[in-house]
Design a protein around this ligand. Structure first.
Ligand SMILES: CC(C)(COP(=O)(O)OP(=O)(O)OC[C@H]1O[C@@H](n2cnc3c(N)ncnc32)[C@H](O)[C@@H]1OP(=O)(O)O)[C@@H](O)C(=O)NCCC(=O)NCCSC(=O)CCS(=O)O
Ligand SMILES: Cc1cc2nc3c(=O)[nH]c(=O)nc-3n(C[C@H](O)[C@H](O)[C@H](O)COP(=O)(O)OP(=O)(O)OC[C@H]3O[C@@H](n4cnc5c(N)ncnc54)[C@H](O)[C@@H]3O)c2cc1C
Length: 400
């Protein structure tokens, strides 16, 4: 169905080569030690995978979203942490900066990422997860600086990332002007403290709780999409749709490997005097796994090709919903096919199941993304607040 260009196939080939040579041998150790894989990141940087989507004018390779997806898929098949690093060094924060940033911001972002930094996107707060527009971190103007105050949590890369794109509420003249992104470059930023949060899966990439206590950001480091802070959230989330596709791809890669292990194991494991692959119960599990994998892959590639600058909101949400649900089921069934040895730590099945678990939560939960999909299908804003439908009743044509 998808006819890849020679450039796309070349990215895929190079990524598979690096995955086998560099990432596969280190994946279990990265998970066990919970240490960020700096050595792998160095190899990714040297091979041009960090910042591959950055335009050539800024030193990147100008790669497309689909090319990044092919790379992320190859990495994630052997190491989900490497896949996630490839997502965040090509999508999310860096995508938003390269699209909406000033010349100075683009130069800065490109330099950091091409040097090997995996940026952090800082949206979620203790009081604002799914309801991200309720975020309370403020940026208050003081002369030629903004002062950031607030808290972010579950920030991927917290403690290892240098470039942070912090979503904050712009307060000017005591008025709330909307939401913009603020570039904060670590590691040592006065007023910014980061504590690690220990997670179930993808343990090689730390999650962080970040506190901003009067953190000073020069006015030149505010990233404001067209329309200013009033439209800032929508613009920044438009860029974020690429990262949703990237996250879906990590889930796909992990699930693909789990499926392959299960298929191979079913062919060689014998019970009742015959390979368990001869049992119809196992055959149908494998068949369902392959169907779900192919469907998710097709939606992901379609989403990567959708939109103009960034994937379309509907296509990105559909791909992520399917891929994240699929990865939970496929990794769990793959472990099941292995029986007790799948549950053990000697094989990577239990790691794959843990690694796959995050994707129905991060980057918009399965429930919230279904709301977004339904909103697009119905052509209507589907407000989630108690009084939302009083303002925008379905059928009123007041919002879409
Ligand atoms: C968007 C939500 C936070 C719901 O909040 P609201 O109901 O207050 O907001 P909306 O009116 O729906 O949206 C405001 C405005 O923004 C536009 N918008 C929203 N999302 C997108 C998008 N993805 N692409 C383009 N535009 C978008 C929306 O159309 C509105 O514009 P108009 O005013 O109508 O013109 C909630 O639905 C939501 O998305 N919650 C999830 C938050 C989330 O994804 N957080 C991710 C944090 S980063 C992360 O988890 C990294 C891990 S990873 O694996 O990548
Ligand atoms: C591993 C990991 C990495 C992450 N990385 C980042 C990052 O780098 N940057 C960042 O900013 N954030 C990050 N996050 C945070 C992530 O975006 C949030 O966890 C997510 O948006 C959900 O918010 P929450 O956890 O507060 O859940 P809540 O919003 O509290 O939701 C709790 C439950 O209620 C459901 N729910 C909420 N609202 C609705 C609704 N309207 N309809 C139906 N159900 C609803 C949810 O689906 C969920 O099941 C990460 C999270 C994880 C787990």
């Amino acid at each position: 169905m998808f006819q890849f260009t020679s450039t796309q196939l070349e990215w895929q080939r190079k990524a598979r080569e690096m995955a086998a040579a560099v990432m596969a041998p280190r994946a279990a150790e990265t998970d066990r030690t919970e240490q960020y894989p700096w050595e792998v990141v160095g190899a990714m940087r040297d091979a041009g995978f960090m910042g591959m989507t950055i335009p050539q004018a800024y030193g990147g390779k100008g790669a497309s979203c689909l090319e990044a997806v092919l790379v992320i898929e190859a990495f994630s098949q052997v190491c989900a942490a490497s896949g996630r690093i490839a997502v965040e060094s090509n999508m999310g924060a860096i995508g938003a900066i390269m699209k909406y940033g000033t010349e100075e911001q683009k130069q800065l972002g490109a330099r950091l990422v091409l040097d090997g930094d995996k940026p952090a996107i800082c949206i979620t707060e203790p009081g604002a997860g799914s309801s991200a527009t309720d975020l309370r971190t403020t940026a208050t103007r003081h002369g030629d600086h903004w002062r950031l105050n607030g808290e972010k949590h579950w920030i991927t890369g917290g403690g290892v990332s240098r470039l942070h794109l912090v979503f904050a509420r712009v307060m000017d003249d005591g008025m709330d002007r909307g939401i913009a992104g603020f570039i904060v470059v670590g590691p040592d930023v006065p007023g910014m403290t980061i504590k690690r949060l220990y997670a179930m899966g993808i343990r090689g990439v730390p999650e962080g709780h970040i506190t901003f206590d009067n953190v000073e950001v020069h006015t030149s480091m505010m990233v404001s999409p067209p329309g200013g802070p009033e439209r800032g959230f929508a613009g920044l989330m438009n860029a974020y749709n690429a990262q949703r596709v990237g996250a879906a791809t990590v889930a796909l890669g992990v699930a693909q490997s789990a499926y392959e292990l299960a298929r191979d194991y079913a062919l060689k494991r014998e019970q009742f005097g015959r390979p368990i692959a001869e049992f119809q119960g196992i055959q149908w599990m494998l068949a369902d796994m392959s169907v779900q994998l192919e469907a998710a892959r097709a939606l992901i590639y379609k989403a990567a090709l959708s939109g103009t600058e960034f994937p379309d909101i509907l296509a990105a949400a559909q791909a992520k919903v399917l891929a994240s649900d699929m990865a939970l089921k496929v990794t769990s069934d793959a472990l099941q096919i292995h029986g007790a040895v799948g549950y053990g730590r000697a094989l990577p099945l239990e790691r794959m199941l843990r690694d796959a678990r995050m994707f129905t939560i991060s980057g918009g939960t399965g429930q919230v993304l279904r709301n977004q999909i339904a909103s697009k299908l119905l052509g209507h804003k589907l407000p989630q607040t108690r009084d939302g439908y009083l303002k925008h009743p379905i059928g009123s044509g007041s919002a879409s």
